[in-house]
Write a protein that binds this ligand. Structure first.
Ligand code: PGA
Ligand code: ZN
Length: 419
């Protein structure tokens, strides 16, 4: 049973406050979880409770969320059996009493939810991926590695937020990491050679002053080739334009390119890029409230492109169900803090899998050293993870955890790209 719940304020990778929670059980087992934070957030995400006191952390303190953990939440869950994940999560949801977890804060609730799972896993002397996923959990995900950052994650003119490489042709996860790292360093050399900045953005990808997606994609493909790999076969290219960020008054406003594209022009442009480059997946190709655009793109390209809904679903099983019924997207990005509990996260994954939608486990642009999502990717067998570039410890921590998991699974491990 849970004997102690301890919340504290820590810093995330952008130097902003975040919530960390320790859960201690009566047998002495314990679990720790830290909560991530987005920058290009969806409008319907669970509420990240911030203090709003301008004298402390520019208003971004989380002392109220931490107080909720140490007070109301601790009182409600102490004494409960840590194996009762659904009961504990439901208890917190009911205690909060709002639809968006705005009273206690989804950051408070998620920290406790994940720390409970980790404590229960520790009590079972099992790694988290096995405790959550069972004995069959042995599929290592293909990583989508974000090697060029733009949009809300960098100070360059790039309108699209993420340019990623996915080592689909790697035989194992560790080989996928090697390939990604090699391409990342080749890209650095190519950028430097062309007189571009090699400074990195929030997710550890380079953030040069590229004018448009074409320029970024040209460098990415060249870096794959110059590393000795075949674009599309060894490493595929994936995009996250994060289109909600530049959808205004019914059109896509490309500020960096200084031009506006109507919905159909935006779709044509994305498909043209996907035709010219080895692009296999586009996340948030359409804005979260552009449902007609989503349906049109899915009808045109859903059979040959992975179309991943991030902002449009916000990891919410009900929103996903609408998408399945209305036929938009064919995959979902899963971010634990968009919904706020492990139980709801797993339900969303299940809903997706039942409908044949693919699932990409994901970090946030503001992260911590917490590696829970690496374990959840293996636990759910979802086959894909998005956790940033090959630099910055907040990103590589997840890759490193997956390397450990692969090692531990030994010859029973499988890599999603090779199956
Ligand atoms: P965020 O970005 O964490 O800043 O929301 C990640 C994404 O859009 O996928
Ligand atoms: Zn996204």
């Amino acid at each position: 049973a849970i004997s102690q719940v301890i919340g504290r304020q820590i810093l995330d990778s952008r130097g902003n406050p975040s919530v960390e929670v320790d859960v201690v059980l009566a047998d002495g087992s314990s679990g720790r979880a830290a909560v991530p934070s987005g920058a290009s957030t969806g409008a319907n995400e669970a509420v990240e409770l911030r203090d709003g006191d301008p004298r402390r952390f520019h208003g971004r303190g989380v002392s109220n969320a931490v107080a909720a953990v140490n007070g109301e939440v601790a009182d409600a869950v102490t004494g409960l059996d840590a194996e009762e994940q659904a009961l504990i999560d439901t208890t917190m949801i009911d205690l909060d009493g709002t639809k968006e977890k705005g009273r206690l804060g989804a950051n408070a609730i998620l920290g406790v939810s994940l720390a409970v799972a980790k404590a229960a896993a520790a009590a079972h002397r099992q790694p988290l991926y096995r405790y959550v996923g069972g004995a069959g959990a042995r599929l290592l995900p293909v990583p989508m590695m974000n090697i060029i950052n733009g949009g809300a994650h960098a100070d360059n003119p790039l309108d699209f937020q993420e340019f990623m490489i996915a080592p689909v042709g790697a035989p194992t996860f560790s080989e996928a990491v090697r390939m990604g790292s090699e391409v990342f360093h080749t890209l650095r050399r190519e950028l430097a050679g062309a007189g571009h900045s090699t400074n990195v953005g929030d997710e550890g990808g380079f953030a040069p002053d590229f004018a448009d997606a074409d320029e970024a994609l040209t460098f990415v493909v060249r870096a794959i080739e110059k590393s000795g790999y075949r674009p599309g076969t060894d490493l595929a290219v994936c995009l996250d334009p994060a289109s909600s960020e530049f959808f205004h008054d019914g059109a896509y406003v490309y500020a960096g390119e200084k031009r506006t594209r109507a919905v159909d022009e935006h779709i044509d442009y994305l498909l043209e890029l996907a035709g010219r480059y080895p692009i296999t997946s586009i996340e948030d190709p359409m804005a979260e409230d552009d449902f007609t655009g989503w349906k049109r793109l899915t009808a045109r390209a859903g059979d040959r492109l992975q179309l991943v809904g991030d902002d449009v679903f916000c990891t919410d099983a009900d929103r996903l169900t609408s998408g399945i019924e209305e036929r938009y997207a064919n995959a979902i990005l899963v971010k634990v803090n968009q919904i706020g509990t492990l139980t709801e996260t797993l339900r969303t994954v299940e809903t997706a899998h039942r409908a044949g939608y693919r699932v990409v486990m994901s970090h946030r642009s503001g992260e911590t050293e917490d590696t829970t999502i690496a374990d959840l990717a293996v636990a759910t067998g979802c086959g894909q993870i998005k956790t940033g570039s090959l630099s910055r410890s907040d990103r590589t921590a997840k890759y490193n955890q997956l390397l450990r998991i692969e090692e531990e699974l030994g010859r029973t491990a499988r890599y999603a790209g090779a199956v």
